[in-house]
Design a protein. Structure first.
Length: 128
């Protein structure tokens, strides 16, 4: 599940279940893990509201702020439990490192100033 780049972070990957959102995976050290949620739990409510799918969860997620404490109601096996999850900060992804520019390979590219190597005396004399 994705939220806005600067939105809150829960650390849960969901799958649809018949009666809620099944937790497929929880990120290590995430707010969800710290609150005690586990893979296999089925989220059926948030802050007293029924929750049955991501369409009802995403608008709710957008109203939350970093540091808000949210009550998640989950079914674990046959038992229903409430978990207090403190919304975290979504970390911005670092830009990927770009590969270095390829070095020019032809004399024309070097003469155009794209070559960053030192020219030999013969090349300098030839270039004029």
């Amino acid at each position: 599940m994705k939220s806005e780049p600067d939105g809150v972070y829960v650390g849960i990957q969901f799958a649809q279940a018949n009666d809620g959102l099944k937790i497929e995976e929880i990120a290590p050290k995430s707010p969800a893990e710290k609150a005690g949620l586990k893979a296999g739990d089925i989220i059926v409510g948030v802050n007293g509201r029924d929750l049955r799918d991501t369409l009802s969860f995403m608008p709710l997620l957008k109203t939350l702020k970093i540091g808000d404490v949210v009550a998640f109601k989950a079914r674990r096996g046959e038992e229903y439990r409430e978990f207090k999850v403190t919304m975290g900060r979504r970390h911005r992804r670092r830009p990927r490192a770009t590969s270095p520019r390829p070095k020019p390979t032809t004399a024309t590219e070097c003469e155009a100033g794209a070559c960053n190597r030192r020219r030999s005396p013969a090349e300098l004399k030839k270039a004029g």
